[in-house]
Write a new protein. Structure first.
Length: 337
């Protein structure tokens, strides 16, 4: 076999390999790093008695925040470009409400993976890391609300960072935003939306994760579901992207019960995504519904269904992957109502 033929054959093989890598679907590889075991490890820290119920601005919440930061640092994930550090301070005065107790100064926590091709376009993935503290000597651990979303963010960030280290980083930047003060009035997300680190016009979407570790009474016999709220309120694209990600990768029952404009619970207005939606940013709120331990001292980490938590977190990751890597950002074609 002559050298010219061998050289041509080698070039053909290398070319084919390059093409195959370019077209390879990396989502399953990195999605599957989000495991029940890793989520459980994190949640047993975040929702431990040591964190004293993570009430806004109190010592327990600050301890939980330090744990989150330690995990980001351990995985080589930094705070955002343009920020002075891990914290966005949220002053007590900003969180004041009539007839409500005065809250201490608190802080949002942010982590960041810069995009490789469109770094100025930013996807936000959010969860609140506060809960309601200690009442009558009992710790309200907040394992599901919203320890589950908090640790999901950690593991989603780790999955994206693993991809980046292997040369498959997201094209757009991703901001992992742990917000404070949700339980007292969506304060941390409101503060960020009014004092954004990155221009609101450059924020392509917010995926908000609040309570994804349990099941409600409507799904007692089958936990393979997640409530999806708001996905179609501002962007048909965003709704379709989430549907397609689920159909391809996670096969959950996407329950739109609480997306009904007439639903009396009005959950669309009750978590941190709403402060982004008010600014015209497409959002999805992932939610497992209310259960008997909601806002009770019995919302503890031993009651979380970790396999289910992992599957829901994987859906958020798969949707985020598409949003971060597709050619165009989701089009806003609706008014949010």
């Amino acid at each position: 076999m002559n050298k010219l033929f061998m050289l041509s054959l080698s070039c053909l093989v290398l070319s084919c390999g390059s093409t195959n890598n370019k077209n390879k679907d990396y989502v399953p590889e990195y999605m599957n790093t989000i495991t029940a075991a890793n989520l459980k490890k994190d949640l047993y820290v975040v929702a431990s008695d040591e964190m004293e119920g993570r009430n806004t601005g109190e010592e327990g919440q600050k301890k939980a925040g330090k744990y989150l930061i330690s995990q980001y640092e351990e995985n080589g994930i930094s705070y955002p470009k343009g920020a002075d550090g891990w914290y966005q301070p949220v002053p007590s005065e900003f969180m004041q409400r009539a007839f409500s107790p005065k809250l201490n100064d608190s802080e949002n926590i942010w982590a960041y993976i810069e995009g490789t091709e469109k770094p100025d376009e930013v996807l936000v993935i959010s969860a609140h890391y506060d809960h309601v503290g200690i009442k009558n000597g009992e710790v309200y651990n907040g394992a599901d609300d919203d320890g589950s979303g908090t640790v999901a963010l950690l593991q989603i960030a780790k999955a994206f960072m693993a991809a980046k280290k292997a040369g498959h980083g997201p094209k757009r930047s991703i901001l992992f935003l742990h917000v404070t003060g949700e339980e007292h009035g969506l304060h941390g997300s409101r503060y960020y939306s009014e004092h954004p680190l990155f221009p609101i016009a450059n924020t392509i979407a917010d995926l908000n994760v609040d309570m994804i570790g349990r099941r409600d009474d409507g799904h007692k016999d089958n936990g393979n579901y997640v409530y999806v709220i708001g996905s179609d309120r501002l962007s048909t694209d965003l709704h379709n992207i989430n549907e397609e990600a689920n159909n391809k990768y996670t096969h959950l029952n996407l329950d739109y019960k609480y997306n009904d404009r007439k639903d009396p619970n009005q959950f669309y207005f009750r978590s941190d995504h709403y402060n982004f939606a008010k600014k015209g940013i497409p959002i999805i709120f992932y939610f497992n519904g209310v259960h008997d331990d909601y806002h009770m001292p019995t919302d503890t980490p031993d009651k979380i269904e970790y396999d289910l938590l992992a599957k829901r977190a994987q859906l958020v990751f798969a949707t985020a992957w598409e949003l971060a890597n597709r050619d165009e950002r989701p089009v806003v074609d609706k008014d949010g109502k």
